[in-house]
Design a protein around this ligand. Structure first.
Ligand SMILES: Cc1ncc(COP(=O)(O)O)c(C=O)c1O
Length: 384
């Protein structure tokens, strides 16, 4: 059990459920992301962190620069709290926040919006009624089209150099906007564990296709405006994305925490920096202990990979008939026989920052010390 014994000892006074972050593991993971990015600055995906103290801690380390925010109200909040380079990773239709951004030149100088259609640009123009110039990044579809299949996420309709250059011209022609970047998120490389030869083949094929297309798109857009940002990648693709010289920055967040969805990649293995503790409240049968709470299922396709993993004591698993429950989570295995009422079982979450929507505080373990870090939720913030 190693670390979990130490976490349990150091947090024995707390009542479960509660979450811990191992700061040594977090730093180790940060350094490993920097190593993998090989000199390309890393923008921190805030959705995968959701704790300001940890975003700041990562930003202070060499190799990290800027935040990829997921919601405009979040971006405004971060900008007003000292974060100076914020790229919104996703389109926003938040009218009040768009108005606020356009009325705040300081925030507008720190935040770049993500756009992928003239319709969305028009929406922003109508909502952003203030005078501040708004920075714009174009999201380019980085999926792989092969054998009639679409491999990757369904996000941007922009794909070819001419598609992207056309929208770039529309942005550049409007004084309300400044075109500052393009982004390519290759989810089918970054977000897929290396579980089969077919997956590895798709990743290689996709990386080759994207390297060619990304270069052509960037050339086409640079004819229209100089670009400060060519963003690509995620935790699962740092070495591939940063190898392309046109890429000016990569994004990563999940790799700081090392959730279970990142357990099966060939070229890196983050340390398991975050976990949550649940208490045994019942022993319904031999080899089964039932825990209070714990049904924290991650977003995405509703599959087993989204369920939490009992991590310690070792050898426990969820029951197929109940999974991770709303207020009761049975776990099964030989080691359940050594568990008593009030004992702790440690769980790992499937994704990264999303887990912190369940907790106000993260207990940060540093050697033998424990301190409290507020999560976004603990700061009263919920950005969806
Ligand atoms: C646009 C974008 N970039 C990068 C990432 C990578 O984030 P992470 O490193 O947390 O996997 C994501 C995750 O979904 C994303 O949506």
């Amino acid at each position: 059990m190693g670390n979990f014994d130490r976490y349990a000892r150091l947090t024995a006074r707390l009542d479960a459920p509660y979450a811990v972050i191992d700061l040594a593991a977090f730093r180790h993971n940060a350094d490993d992301l920097v190593r993998r990015a090989a000199g390309t600055p890393i923008r921190i995906a805030s959705k995968s962190v959701r704790c300001r103290a940890l975003i700041t801690a990562a930003l202070e380390r060499p190799g990290f620069h800027g935040v990829m925010s997921y919601a405009l109200p979040e971006a405004l909040w971060l900008a007003r709290n000292g974060v100076d380079d914020i790229l919104l990773g996703y389109p926003t239709t938040h009218r009040a926040a768009l108005r606020e951004l356009s009325e705040d030149p300081e925030a507008a100088s720190r935040i770049t919006l993500m756009i992928d259609s003239p319709e969305h640009l028009g929406y922003v123009r109508a909502a952003a009624t203030g005078a501040a110039r708004i920075q714009i990044c174009l999201d380019v579809d980085a999926s792989l089209r092969i054998f009639g299949q679409h491999l990757g996420v369904r996000r941007s309709p922009l794909r070819t150099p001419s598609d992207v250059a056309a929208l770039a011209r529309t942005v550049a022609a409007d004084d309300a906007f400044e075109l500052t970047g393009v982004m390519f998120y290759e989810a089918q490389i970054a977000g897929l564990p290396d579980t089969s030869p077919a997956v590895r083949w798709v990743k290689r094929r996709s990386a080759a296709e994207l390297a060619d297309r990304r270069g052509a798109v960037v050339d086409a857009v640079k004819q229209v405006a100089p670009l400060r940002i060519v963003n690509s990648g995620g935790t699962g693709s740092l070495e591939i994305s940063s190898a392309d010289p046109v890429v000016t920055e990569v994004t990563a967040g999940s790799g700081l925490y090392g959730p279970t969805l990142f357990d099966k990649y060939d070229v890196f293995q983050p340390e398991h920096a975050m976990a949550y503790a649940l208490d045994v409240v019942r022993r319904p049968a031999p080899r089964i202990a039932t825990l209070f709470g714990g049904g924290y299922v991650a977003s995405g396709p509703a599959k087993k990979s989204r369920l939490p993993l009992p991590a310690a004591p070792s050898g426990l698993k969820l029951l197929g008939t109940e999974g991770a429950g709303e207020v009761q989570t049975p776990v099964q295995g030989q080691s359940a026989d050594r568990l008593h009422i009030g004992d702790r079982v440690w769980m790992r979450y499937a994704k990264a920052g999303e887990m912190l929507e369940r907790f106000d505080v993260l207990y940060a373990i540093e050697g033998e010390d424990v301190s409290e870090l507020k999560t976004y939720r603990g700061e009263g913030k919920n950005f969806g």
